[in-house]
Design a protein around this ligand. Structure first.
Ligand SMILES: [Zn+2]
Length: 409
């Protein structure tokens, strides 16, 4: 059936035209093919033969995870045990663990094995209500392996029952051993050759760089950011995770779409983000796992910086695939309201990925819809860590796994 109607006592549209969360009580949502044809009160809904009444189950837009490193192989459980016993992450990284450990696993893997691991992970994310996922490269580090990783991301995106995928070329993540003695040449090659190549071959929509005291400098990231702009790619930056070296100001000056992490950012940096309309991507799973204090959320909010919540899914510092879990910790550890967490994982996340057709339920939008096995959208963030979807619709298509996880409330 290509035209279907879903009824529920509470439809949370996240449409600003209807107010903050845009709640429609006793509503109906009509899906026609891959698009939403109607959302509004039941009394005004068009008559559709295929109608399912979900009763007290709440309906929201599909969730959007705007920051993940989900394309990886291997396991870093041993490093986690060391960190939890008091080991320092940067000491682990300097000893060849951290990003470089995953780099070794990814560099030695075949593209199809990377793609299979990612596709399985994406499928699990879909059952959690996630309908669009940004996936970064950044574990290949050398040109051939970065391109292999981006090819694996494209391949996984073609699987059934997975969210829509937005690929990002994480151009500067860590310096591979092979480049230790040639740091400047490595950055030159990434900015001068690899970024244009990735754009030409349409392997990514965004470019990213890790700007921090023990990662890459402002000048190195600026070279890559300028290359991204020249190649017509969008820019997002990891800034201020461990130290504030001016990454927020750089993101603002380069016209980045998002500045991600921001555990360390100055009032001037926040002002720069607000003025340049750069959104903040909050990654609570990372700071919780690293036992760091949260970013200055109240100051970001007061400055009017749009807040996005993402999982940061990666094998080390954010060991989860669950955006709902990140939303729960955005509320618990960062002091977001449940409403801010939901908007940060729907409408604001869509905006931060340049996707105007999703993140909200309204006529003409992409039919990315979640029927939750929950009585209210606030229940997405409490209790924690359980799959609570009843039905997940991605681009108008109901995923197979969604229906099998119904458990009651
Ligand atoms: Zn990240």
């Amino acid at each position: 059936v290509s035209v279907r109607a879903l009824g529920a006592r509470r439809i949370v549209t996240c449409d600003p035209a209807r107010g903050a969360l845009g709640v429609v009580e006793d509503g109906v949502l009509v899906v026609d093919g891959a698009r939403i044809a109607y959302v509004g009160p039941r009394s005004q809904a068009p008559q559709v033969e295929a109608f399912v009444d979900f009763g007290t189950r709440v309906i929201t837009p599909g969730l959007i995870d705007a920051h993940t490193h989900a394309c990886w192989l291997g396991s870093r459980h041993a490093e986690y045990a060391i960190r939890m016993a008091g080991g320092d992450y940067r000491a682990v990284a300097r000893a060849g663990g951290g990003i470089l450990a995953t780099h070794r696993a990814v560099a030695s893997a075949r593209e199809e094995d990377l793609a299979a691991a990612l596709a399985a992970r994406l499928g699990r994310m879909a059952t959690l209500g996630v309908t669009t996922v940004e996936v970064k490269s950044g574990y290949g580090l050398e040109a051939a392996h970065e391109k292999k990783q981006l090819a694996a991301i494209a391949r996984a995106a073609g699987h059934r029952d997975v969210p829509a995928v937005v690929p990002t070329f994480l151009a500067l993540h860590a310096l591979p051993d092979s480049a230790r003695a040639h740091r400047a040449a490595y950055v030159d090659r990434v900015a001068g050759e690899l970024v244009p190549e990735v754009a030409r071959e349409r392997l990514a929509r965004f470019v990213d760089a890790y700007v921090d005291a023990e990662a890459f400098t402002i000048e190195e990231a600026r070279a890559v950011g300028n290359a991204a702009r020249a190649a017509g790619l969008g820019l997002r930056l990891h800034v201020g995770q461990f130290a504030d070296i001016g990454g927020a100001e750089l993101a603002a000056s380069l016209g980045a779409v998002t500045a991600d992490h921001l555990e360390h950012v100055s009032p001037g940096g926040i002002e720069a983000l607000a003025t340049a309309r750069v959104a903040a991507v909050l990654l609570p799973m990372a700071s919780v796992s690293l036992r760091q204090p949260p970013p200055p959320v109240a100051a970001l909010r007061a400055a009017g910086v749009p807040l996005i919540v993402a999982s940061d899914a990666n094998p080390g510092t954010a060991p989860t695939e669950s955006l709902p879990l990140a939303m729960a910790f955005a509320v618990h550890a960062y002091g977001l309201t449940p409403e801010e967490a939901l908007l940060g994982a729907t409408r604001n996340a869509a905006h931060g990925l340049g996707l105007g057709d999703r993140g909200l339920l309204r006529e003409g939008a992409r039919a990315d819809v979640v029927v939750w096995d929950l009585p209210h959208e606030q229940a997405i963030v409490q209790p924690w860590g359980v799959a609570k979807t009843h039905t997940v619709i991605i681009g108008g298509r109901e995923i197979a796994a969604g229906a099998s996880v119904s458990t009651g409330n």
